[in-house]
Design a protein around this ligand. Structure first.
Ligand code: BTN
Length: 261
């Protein structure tokens, strides 16, 4: 396992970036590191992961040389119940970075998948750990950048920036832009402790805004029209009976009526 230190031109996020050729999981490495030292703003990158983790216990593939697998470690000053919202802050940051670097305008499938032309190009997995005096949040981001082939079982729903934009994209430029946007959006989220300042740019990218969605609530699934998010980052769904339900991201998934988005 070889490691190289990289410095992005940012104020704090990714200012120190530990780059590995391979790790089991950048999130797991972040967890180990944060048990030993202060890590706020430290970014961990791996050219490939041998045991990359997706949400809901799924496996995340990180093809060598063509994907971005990175984890940003944070020591937030926010109360712990606000930490989950940082996933949406990262989704917005990565989407903005993709637009800056590629010119394409990606959408966010609430809460945190980034999609281009209806296909997933980025997933985010956030984990939180308590330390003696504070807590650490590790936001893991997997971006399909220059990946050219996907396994048949996900070919219909997954794609890469290269496939969608038709040209090779610089992974470094993308990471640096994501960290720059994250600094701005994080400071706005931290300043007011909610999404009031970020709601507008987030909703502008919301893939299923105004569309009929199925909310796969294990207790009681329901359908409605996705309207936007509230100050906590919950999805607001207008139901047939005229009521609006607020859906919390940790608990359920949301699907379009005709497929993934
Ligand atoms: C998802 O299921 O959509 C979330 C995927 C998150 C993948 C990233 S890659 C970097 C970080 N390390 C991991 O093991 N997972 C996340």
């Amino acid at each position: 396992m070889s490691m190289e230190l990289k410095k992005f031109e940012t104020a704090w996020a990714g200012k120190t970036c530990l780059c590995f050729d391979a790790l089991e999981s950048t999130n797991d490495y972040g967890k180990i590191l944060s048990g030993k030292q202060k890590v706020h703003g430290t970014l961990i990158f791996a050219d490939t992961q041998t045991a990359g983790k997706g949400r809901r216990g799924r496996v995340w593939e990180s093809p060598k040389g063509s994907s971005v697998s990175m984890s940003l470690c944070l020591e937030p000053k926010l109360p712990t119940e606000k930490a989950a919202g940082l996933t949406l802050v990262m989704a917005l940051s990565v989407a903005s970075a993709i637009e800056e670097v590629t010119g394409a305008s990606p959408k966010i499938k609430w809460p945190n998948d980034i999609v281009l032309n209806g296909k997933k190009i980025c997933g985010i997995l956030t984990e939180m750990f308590l330390r003696e005096e504070d807590y650490v949040v590790i936001i893991g981001v997997g971006i399909n950048v220059n990946v050219l082939e996907f396994p048949p079982e996900i070919r219909e729903i997954a794609s890469s920036l290269r496939l969608e934009c038709g040209c090779e994209i610089s992974r470094e430029a993308l990471m640096e832009a994501a960290m720059k946007y994250f600094e701005t959006y994080y400071e706005q989220y931290e300043a007011c402790g909610d999404f009031s300042l970020l709601k507008e740019p987030y909703e502008a990218r919301l893939a299923n805004r105004g569309n009929q969605v199925k909310v796969l609530d294990p207790k009681e699934p329901f359908e409605g029209i996705a309207r936007g998010i509230d100050d906590l980052g919950n999805l607001l769904v207008l139901c047939e009976d005229g009521s609006t339900k607020s859906v919390c991201s940790g608990e359920v998934s949301v699907r379009g009526l005709y497929g993934y988005v």
